[in-house]
Design a protein around this ligand. Structure first.
Ligand SMILES: [Zn+2]
Length: 393
């Protein structure tokens, strides 16, 4: 199955956790990377394998978006639940597969879907995994767990109390979710909820995390306000989504002691940088993720793609926003590959260009280690061994 079938060659290879190679070769067999090295050192056994030369491009691991919503088409009318109510499953699945294609055409070869209606994202996951549809590797959460009428209640994940929450986690796992998403605070897009208030009591949140971990699933916690962030951290969630320190009225009030505690804990920060974040930064907002990064916190790249104004194709803008906010280009590249793979429990699978890893690769023109904007100049994408046909540009 994994017989060598293609040798990719390029002027340069950047593996964010390894060494940079010049005049490199990457041998692909099936969906895996079989060998990586300098082309002049290519073992004789691969000598007769078809060669695909990427010229002066730089090869990199495929990129990871740790927070997307495939079913949201980034139209304003979708955010209040109308899309969810008004579409059939078939229509929604078609939207999801179109979103998946947008992601992979932007260089994203792994995307974590953190919430949609029912278990449709699992079907999108299976469609891209089987090769029926072009897209990234998808990790799917199913409907986020939320209190009655809590944030995104209309997706179908309402739970009431500890026992109900535990049953719901069990049902999610039985349905085949890869990760559990929980709404630890209200959100901006759900009328009647407030982002600065915690959603759950501590006991229920802890029960959700404990049950998920017991069943081998990581937990992603949506949290804006400081109380919800503190509760999520105490409950032992794996990724803090947004982690924006929003205070009543919508301003930002960073709690320095909590930043220290987050950095010490080793929890991953998924800051969902996107058009909203960029607009706020233009008005002088300092994203709390940068203070966390300065403290040594583990930052991963994410966008919340699908929400109004954030199409899935705009992924690279989120990385540019992190650089503009003060993170070095190279660290942002690590956040989008190695660290994100660790956070998603995909260490050893993706995020690096190493023999034995999945053949998730991109090639760009330029030097993204020193200028992340080079990722806009995408020349080649391979997702689990399949070459993605990029639209002419
Ligand atoms: Zn989201």
């Amino acid at each position: 199955v994994n017989a060598p079938r293609l040798v990719l060659t390029a002027a340069k290879l950047v593996d964010p956790e390894g060494e940079t190679l010049l005049d490199c070769a990457v041998v692909i067999g099936g969906s895996l990377i079989l060998w990586v090295g300098a082309y002049k050192d290519l073992p004789a056994e691969f000598g007769g394998t078809e060669r695909h030369d990427l010229g002066d491009a730089t090869l990199l691991p495929g990129l990871i978006d740790a927070h997307v919503h495939l079913s949201l088409g980034s139209e304003p009318s979708h955010a209040d639940g109308s899309l969810v109510f008004d579409t059939t499953d078939e229509e929604e699945l078609a939207i999801m597969l179109a979103s998946a294609r947008e992601l992979v055409e932007a260089g994203v070869t792994t995307a974590r879907d953190l919430g949609g209606r029912g278990y449709l994202a699992l079907r999108a996951r299976d469609a891209t995994e089987s090769g029926y549809s072009v897209g990234p590797r998808i990790l799917a959460a199913g409907p986020p767990l939320t209190p009655p009428l809590g944030h995104c209640w209309f997706l179908g994940g309402e739970v009431d109390g500890v026992e109900d929450a535990k049953k719901r986690v069990q049902a999610h796992v039985a349905a085949g979710v890869d990760v559990v998403k929980v709404m630890a605070t209200g959100g901006f897009l759900t009328p009647g909820t407030t982002p600065w208030d915690a959603s759950f009591d501590e006991t229920t949140l802890q029960a959700i995390v404990a049950e998920s971990h017991k069943l081998g699933r990581r937990v992603a916690a949506h949290c804006h306000g400081v109380d919800g962030i503190r509760q999520a951290l105490a409950a032992g969630v794996d990724t803090l989504e947004h982690c924006s320190f929003v205070e009543e009225g919508g301003g930002t009030a960073v709690d320095e002691a909590l930043l220290d505690a987050i950095a010490r804990s080793g929890v991953y920060i998924s800051p969902t940088m996107n058009a909203d974040a960029r607009a706020m930064m233009a008005d002088g907002w300092k994203p709390p993720v940068v203070g966390l990064w300065h403290r040594g916190a583990r930052v991963i790249a994410s966008t919340d793609a699908g929400i109004p104004g954030t199409p899935h194709r705009d992924y690279v803008l989120a990385l540019v926003a992190l650089v503009d906010a003060g993170m070095p280009d190279r660290d942002v590249l690590v956040a989008a590959t190695v660290t994100a793979a660790e956070a998603l429990d995909l260490h050893g699978v993706t995020g690096r260009v190493v023999a034995g890893y999945s053949a998730d690769l991109i090639a760009v023109h330029g030097d993204p280690e020193h200028n992340i904007r080079a990722l806009h100049d995408l020349r080649f994408v391979m997702s689990r061994g399949c070459i993605v046909q990029l639209a002419a540009r």
